[in-house]
Every structure is written in structure tokens, then in C-alpha cells.
Design a protein around this ligand. Structure first.
Ligand code: AHR
Length: 319
């Protein structure tokens, strides 16, 4: 049975409109825009007074925003950590002020797990593993041979923001799957791997530099998000190659832009990273503020989508 304290806390939460501070990373990708829109819509649906802050890709701006939320005495703080480390001090300040913090989308590493209540997000490690599996299945099914006549397929990787859990998780998941495959090292060679910071512009620039040094050697591109893949498509076409045919392209996210690119025959597959986390965030926030217990970590659902099904699936995509 619920304690009297919990019942009183619960009716107090129902009685007053909640004020929630949300520190978002920025607007680096189509995915991020979808994530922001979803959080804002879910805030309206939950009748929450949302204080939204866009950190423009800077951790220091996120720290400032959290400090402001604490001064404003918000009921709860949502944080999308741009990088995994460097949060201990500011989260300690929130804890001292008795303001619960929920971590959204990306993961973080803190010395004391009680510095946040729970994490709602995506499983980057599993995403990286799915990318490897998709590549391996695809090259087997299509009997793909190295373009340069060598004995291994050359992979290039466009990494995300340095230090972001989405980057390390996807990288570790991919590398572990490659190592776990007894024939992995015989089949594949990682030719180059560099950050494109999760943006279309940088994805294009870094792919241009990969192509400058290795135009005839690259067989596969693993882009850690769709935006970088879309930038890379431009670089590949500018180099006189056919994206998805000369260079097989798999990315992560599943935004509408990549579905259109798959329909147009320019990329091959996307491993979903679901940005629709707003509803779960506010549901969890309400439970926390009512004094109910919540799981420490919850992942949203994610699939894998390929070019052959893109046109069929496209109309049902929500982001
Ligand atoms: O943290 C999720 C990642 O961040 C998405 O893959 C990417 O598009 C975004 O910028």
C-alpha cells in the first residue's frame, strides 16, 4: 500500500503544474531536431512548464543551464550529456538542491550513480553491433568483392562527437562484433576512422579527405549517424563514384532524410536510434516526483531498415 507521504506527494504533484528544465545539446542533426520537437510536444501534452535550453554543442553551456535551472528551483532537470564525463560537480549541486535529474538519450559516467535518478535513452553499443551484423550479412548475401582486387573489404568510419557515449558505444559495439567474428579480421580491414562530429558538413569534408587518399580502396562506409552519411554521399558523387554501389553505406538513426536517400538508391541501410523519448521522459519525471520508484535505465525500441524496404516503410516514419 502507498504510504501517506507518497499519497500527499502524489496529490501535490497533480495539483501544481510541474516546471522542468531540459538541457539539450544543440541542433547538430536531423535526429536532434526530431528529439527536441518530440520533447517539446510531450511537454505540452503533459501540461509541463518546460524550460528548454540549447547548448549549441558546448558542455560549458549545459553546465550553465543546469545552474540556472537550480537557481530557478525547477522541479526536475532533464540532461542530454554531450560528452560522457565532467558532470560530477554540477550534478552534486543539483543533488544538494534536492532537484532530481534524469539523463536522456546519451549516457554519462559519474563517480556516484545517485547523482541522477535514471537514464532514458538508446543502446549505442547494440547499434554498433547491429551495424557490423548488417555489413557482414550484406557482403555475404551479395558476394561483395574488394574494389581494388585485394583480399579484404576496406571499411572507413565516420565517427560522432569525440567523448560522446553515442560515439564510444557505437564504436565499441562495432569493434567487439568484428573481433567476435572468427573470420572478421580476414574479411575486413578498417582503413580509416575519423570524427565528423555528427554533422552533414563535417561528414562530407572527412569523406572527401578519405577519398583523396584512398579513392579506389574504400568498399564500405559506416557513418555513425545519417547526417554524416548524407554529407558523405555528396563527397562520393563528387569523386565520380556511385554511393551504395561502389561504396556500400550504412549509418545510424533512421531519419526521413536517409529513407529518402535509400529510396533514391544512395545509401544501403540505417540502424535505428529512436529520438522519440519525450513521452517516456515526462512519464518518468512524473513518477519520480510522485515518489514512485523507476528503473535506473530504460532503452527505447529500435529497428534496422534497409534500402529494399525503404519506400514501403517511409510513409509510417514519424521523424
Ligand atoms: O545521441 C544520438 C546521436 O546524436 C544521433 O545519432 C545523432 O544524429 C545525434 O546528433
Amino acid at each position: 500500500a502507498a504510504s501517506i507521504g507518497a499519497i500527499i506527494a502524489s496529490s501535490a504533484v497533480q495539483a501544481k503544474q510541474l516546471t522542468i528544465g531540459f538541457s539539450q545539446i544543440g541542433a547538430e542533426s536531423e535526429w536532434r531536431t526530431a528529439n527536441t520537437n518530440d520533447v517539446k510536444e510531450a511537454a505540452k501534452a503533459h501540461n509541463v512548464n518546460l524550460k528548454f535550453s540549447d547548448a549549441q554543442q558546448k558542455q560549458e553551456n549545459q553546465i550553465k543551464a543546469i545552474r540556472t535551472f537550480i537557481a530557478q528551483k525547477v522541479d526536475l532537470i532533464g540532461l542530454v550529456p554531450i560528452v560522457a564525463t565532467g558532470w560530477d560537480n554540477i550534478l552534486r549541486e543539483a543533488k544538494r538542491a534536492k532537484i532530481p535529474v534524469l539523463i536522456v538519450d546519451r549516457d554519462l559516467t559519474v563517480s556516484d550513480p545517485s547523482l541522477y535518478v535514471a537514464k532514458i535513452g538508446t543502446d549505442s553499443y547494440a547499434e554498433g553491433q547491429k551495424v557490423y551484423k548488417w555489413i557482414d550479412d550484406y557482403v555475404k548475401a551479395n558476394n561483395v568483392k574488394p574494389r581494388n582486387g585485394g583480399d579484404k573489404l576496406n571499411i572507413v568510419i565516420l565517427e560522432g562527437t569525440v567523448g560522446a557515449s553515442a560515439t564510444t558505444g557505437r564504436g565499441n559495439g562495432f569493434n567487439d562484433a568484428l573481433k567476435a567474428d572468427p573470420d572478421g579480421a580476414k574479411k575486413f580491414n578498417i582503413l580509416a576512422s575519423q570524427t565528423g562530429d555528427f554533422t552533414r558538413q563535417k561528414g562530407q569534408e572527412v569523406m572527401e579527405s578519405f577519398l583523396k587518399s584512398n579513392r579506389n580502396d574504400i568498399d564500405i562506409l559506416f557513418a555513425m549517424n545519417d547526417d554524416m552519411a548524407l554529407g558523405a554521399v555528396q563527397a562520393i558523387e563528387a569523386a565520380g563514384l556511385k554511393p551504395s554501389k561502389d561504396i556500400i553505406i550504412v549509418s545510424v538513426d533512421g531519419v526521413k532524410g536517409i529513407f529518402q536517400a535509400m529510396i533514391d538508391g544512395k545509401t544501403n541501410a540505417t540502424v535505428e536510434c529512436n529520438p522519440l523519448q519525450g513521452e517516456l521522459f515526462f512519464q518518468t519525471a512524473e513518477k519520480v516526483l510522485k515518489g514512485e520508484s523507476v528503473p535506473k535505465s530504460v532503452f527505447v525500441e529500435e529497428g534496422v531498415y534497409t534500402a529494399d524496404k525503404a519506400a514501403e516503410v517511409f510513409p509510417s516514419r514519424k521523424y
